[in-house]
Ligand binder design. Structure first.
Ligand code: MLT
Length: 407
């Protein structure tokens, strides 16, 4: 008899963003005349930078000739891209990462979801609350979380991110083995200082733990004192894996390109306490289950590091940050406490009422889609997240409508 993985039965509802999309589509069906402004899922709306488009076009032309055609590429990514990444995203900031430690992939969502395959199913995991749902759900699927009771999984150590701790989690009181961190944070928009990251790296070192560091939003950091990579912190090469993405940095959500850094010095242990290199394990996994990102997409990603590409992505991000500043200013003006939006595209707003109620209120009365904080975990209850990914005109209109709906 074919049997299912019963861990799937422990998952709560459907994936958050599918659930929201369904509600929005039902609403639109019942109100076809309403123009909905989407500030929910963090999906970019601006065109790819011209430098990326040009590189994309040339690479497609190369594929059109037998003499320059490319078949399977290296599973880990082409060296032309890995070298640019190592040079610009790490070495230029004093972080010691080599091109051979970079694994190019089709998304940080896939990588943050898949990486847990490398670890035992009975390790202790620490996950922030609120959190990007992929970290939690993939551990539920793998059978690491236990059952769901009173709004939480029994075997997960939740790292509460609240007003009281400035949305920066405190170190766990009980020892853990695997720690998920995300800065600039999705959903709260909070950023971690060098000192905060140092305490986590030290914790991981002392406890023989590992940090999974999601830095998908690092390009939004404007405060120069804030680290963009965990490898700017001494000791991180031994205890951290970092995830990056071109999605929000360069508008690649529909194009798909990301990368994961697994330093060759990063280790984990078997049951006998013997050390193993995670780089070798991830390489084995990646080359078995993944056939690489397409050549034209990697050429487009490489163009991000050209002089024009660099200037273009900076203005792209400035554009979204201008939206974020407007959202934060307007919501603060309406009397709502906000975090994020300065070094992040997300604004985390204390809605002071049930977050799905706030979501419905904005959808029904303003035709604006946000993300209810409760969808990111228990500590998100009472909050909503507004995303800055839309046109400035739409964001302006959304804020006028929200003001009317809430006044
Ligand atoms: C979000 O809105 O949290 C993200 O866009 C989802 C994602 O990147 O998968």
């Amino acid at each position: 008899m074919i049997r299912i993985n019963e861990n799937y039965l422990k998952l709560q509802a459907s994936y958050l963003f599918s659930n929201i999309a369904q509600r929005v589509s039902d609403f639109q069906e019942n109100h076809p005349e309403r123009k909905i402004i989407k500030l929910g899922i963090g999906d970019v709306t601006r065109a790819l930078p011209p430098a990326c488009i040009n590189a994309f076009h040339s690479a497609v032309d190369e594929m059109a000739e037998d003499s320059s055609f490319m078949g399977y590429g290296p599973e880990q990514g082409y060296d032309f891209l890995r070298e640019k990444i190592a040079e610009n995203d790490f070495k230029a900031r004093g972080a010691d990462v080599s091109s051979q430690e970079i694994f190019v992939s089709d998304g940080a969502k896939c990588d943050t979801g898949n990486i847990q395959e490398l670890f035992a199913t009975d390790i202790r995991i620490a996950i922030p609350d609120p959190v990007y749902p992929v970290y939690l759900d993939t551990n539920v699927m793998a059978g690491r979380t236990g059952s769901f009771e009173n709004g939480r999984y029994k075997n997960v150590l939740y790292l509460d991110c609240t007003k009281e701790n400035g949305f920066i989690p405190d170190l766990p009181e009980n020892p853990v083995d695997l720690i998920y961190l995300c800065f600039p944070n999705n959903p709260t928009g909070a950023v971690a200082t060098r000192e905060v990251l140092k305490t986590w790296v030290d914790y991981a070192t002392e406890n023989r733990a590992l940090i999974l560091y999601d830095a998908a939003y690092e390009a939004f950091i404007r405060d120069e004192t804030i680290p963009r990579s965990i490898y700017e912190i001494e000791g991180a090469r031994e205890v951290a894996i970092e995830f990056r993405s071109f999605s929000k940095t360069a508008g690649f959500t529909g194009t798909r390109c990301a990368y994961t850094v697994v330093p060759k010095t990063c280790t984990a242990y078997d049951a006998l306490g013997e050390k193993h290199l995670l780089h070798e394990m991830w390489n084995r996994r990646h080359s078995t289950k993944f056939n690489g990102v397409s050549y034209p997409v990697q050429k487009a990603a490489e163009a991000v590091y050209s002089e024009e590409g660099n200037a273009q992505i900076k203005s792209l991000i400035d554009y979204y940050l201008k939206n974020a500043a407007l959202i934060r200013k307007e919501m603060t003006g309406l009397g709502y406490a906000c975090v994020g939006g300065d070094n992040s595209p997300y604004i985390w707003i204390d809605g002071k009422i049930d977050s799905w109620k706030f979501f419905d209120l904005l959808l029904n009365n303003a035709g604006v889609v946000c993300t209810p904080g409760a969808g990111f975990g228990k500590c998100g209850e009472g909050f909503i997240r507004i995303s800055a990914f839309n046109s400035f005109e739409n964001v302006k209109e959304a804020m006028v409508r929200i003001r009317e709906a809430l006044s």
